[in-house]
Design a protein around this ligand. Structure first.
Ligand code: NAP
Length: 502
């Protein structure tokens, strides 16, 4: 059988399609001929060795499949060869066959397509458990869904409506929000350019939302928590946007609200009966036409790495599905080699690093941003700076006197002239594509170490120290060293603060 294997940890382009032996159904297990397997966010983490479950190499990702029972292990009574099933296999589904514990399989409801079967349990199971069991969402309450066009997000939008809530869907593009609307969202917020808190205030007449469903975390979490109504519930579902946010606990006190963890995988094991009942409810909702997975795109097995890239690049709306009956290219992967930016969110160019947005920039914390071009500090520049600042000291301007009296034997640049070149240097090192406006906000802890003689060359080297969220953007802290050509000691070191609005 063919399987898409992770043989070394890395990005999806490292996965390889290979012919391997079929699995065997041991006691209590089923071998399933996979017809459809969905791509889920944890798959993107597992191949990078960033997920809590770490199967031994080599392995295939793909934790949710629909297919046909090919072989039944000893003591399995509830299934027979030829049955159509849905299975939560954890991993192994990006293959023509997978072996699964029979207890992790349920019959595929009659008339349900394999693609739908492989899209139902994980997203709707998670969101139903979150809204019903953890938030106890009530009819008429207001539900805010972040990452609302993602897999679990879109399921939460639909289920929120089924449960009678007023749903506010928040996502990053108009295309995504249009799908959320079509799925029943009453209000939408585009958090790329709208202020989450202000919009929620406007929509709820200042009351706030009763329940927040948060699968993305990072910079969106705190403004969402600040928008919770009295006795609201904040559902911690995931951190797809990157950082696990650190929340000031006084917010929970002030709002009398509850911050609730959601872990559907553990719930299905620890509370199997309730989970089983939930799945029955979901099958019923599906058969009544109340919920329907939105399938973004179907991929062949050889194209499955592209499905993972599409998830990582926030392209997928709803669900990406790998279909085994779509023609494959053997033996090599046929998808276009992704660019550095598609993988990492930034590109290293001759004009500096280009970051897609500030979220990507955050992942760069602690790293060297680069080195700027050399800049000659001419006497003309020094004269202009003197005029602009009304600082006419002879040590900067009078070459004859400096030659005789200055310890440096020639004129030197004003310290703040050197520092004033930082926006130029920074721009040579980095750009943020999503920036609408950037301000050189100021500097901290400046030390002028070595005077810069007129005519000498300086350049900047910078390390990204921190990126802090502010309303509408981020504040960036950079550790900058202004080097003086030929000198051992730098001209100046400083912590620079910039503000970028997106
Ligand atoms: N707790 C549980 O039991 C449980 C169960 C299932 C899933 N999860 C977690 O829930 C999260 C979402 O899963 P999912 O399957 O819905 O994923 P998904 O389909 O990829 O959706 C994630 C959404 O997050 C948003 N996002 C913001 N920044 C992002 C970034 N840097 N990279 C990727 N997406 C980003 C995107 O929407 P915008 O572009 O609109 O911002 C995207 O649609 C994951 O962290 C997953 O591990 C938890």
């Amino acid at each position: 059988m063919k399987a898409l294997l992770c043989k070394e940890f890395g990005t999806p382009d490292k996965l390889v399609l290979e012919e391997i032996p079929s699995p065997i159904a041991e006691k209590g297990k089923l071998v399933i001929t996979v017809k459809a397997c969905s791509a889920n966010f944890p798959d993107t983490l597992m191949i990078q060795n960033l997920y809590q479950f770490k199967p031994p190499l080599p392995f295939s990702v793909g934790g949710e499949v629909a297919g046909v029972v090919k072989e039944v292990g000893e003591s399995v009574k509830q299934f027979k060869v030829g049955d159509k099933v849905i299975a939560l296999c954890g991993w192994g589904g990006f293959a023509e066959e997978v072996v699964v514990d029979a207890r992790r399989c349920v019959p595929l409801p009659p008339d349900m397509e394999f693609a739908v079967g492989a899209s139902l349990l994980y997203n709707y199971g998670t969101s139903y458990h979150a809204l019903k069991d953890r938030a106890e969402l009530k009819q008429g309450e207001t539900l805010l869904v972040l990452g609302a066009a993602g897999g679990v997000g879109l399921a939460a939008v639909e289920l929120g409506k089924v449960m009678g809530a007023k749903v506010i869907a928040a996502a990053s593009s108009e295309e995504k929000l249009a799908i959320c609307k079509a799925k029943g969202a009453d209000f939408t917020i585009n958090y790329t350019h709208e202020d989450l808190r202000e919009k929620i205030k406007e929509i709820t007449d200042g009351k706030g939302v009763d329940v927040v469903y948060d699968p993305i975390g990072d910079r969106y979490a705190e403004p969402a928590l600040r928008s919770v109504a009295w006795k609201g519930r904040y559902l911690v579902v995931g951190f797809a946007a990157g950082e696990i946010p650190k929340i000031p606990l006084n917010l929970a006190l002030l709002k009398g609200c509850t911050i609730v963890g959601v872990f559907w995988g553990s719930f299905t094991e620890k509370e199997a009966q309730t989970s089983g009942q939930n799945l029955m409810d979901l099958a019923k909702f599906y058969l009544e036409g109340k919920i329907k997975p939105h399938i973004y795109k179907k991929y062949s097995l050889s194209d499955a790495p592209q499905a993972l890239f599409d998830l990582m690049n926030r392209k997928v709306i709803g669900k990406a599905i790998v279909m085994m009956d779509l023609p494959m290219d053997m033996p090599t992967i046929s998808h276009q080699t992704p660019s550095e930016k598609e993988i990492l969110g930034y590109t290293q160019t001759a004009q500096g690093i280009i970051f897609s947005n500030s979220t990507v920039l955050k992942s760069f914390k602690g790293k060297v941003l680069g080195v700027s071009d050399w800049q000659i500090v001419s006497q003309e520049m020094i004269n202009d700076f003197a005029k602009a600042t009304l600082d006419f000291q002879w040590i900067h301007l009078d070459a004859e006197r400096a030659k005789k009296e200055s310890p440096f034997k020639q004129t030197i640049a004003h310290g703040f002239l050197t520092l004033s070149l930082t926006p130029q240097f920074m721009y040579q090192m980095m750009k943020i594509e999503s920036a609408k406006m950037s301000i050189n906000y100021g500097s901290n802890k400046v030390r002028f170490i070595n005077p810069v003689p007129s005519g000498s060359r300086i350049r900047m080297k910078a390390v990204l120290k921190d990126v802090e969220d502010i309303v509408g953007g981020v504040k960036i802290f950079t550790e900058a060293t202004i080097e003086l050509e030929g000198a051992e000691k730098p001209a100046c070191v400083a912590e620079l603060i910039s503000v970028v609005y997106e």
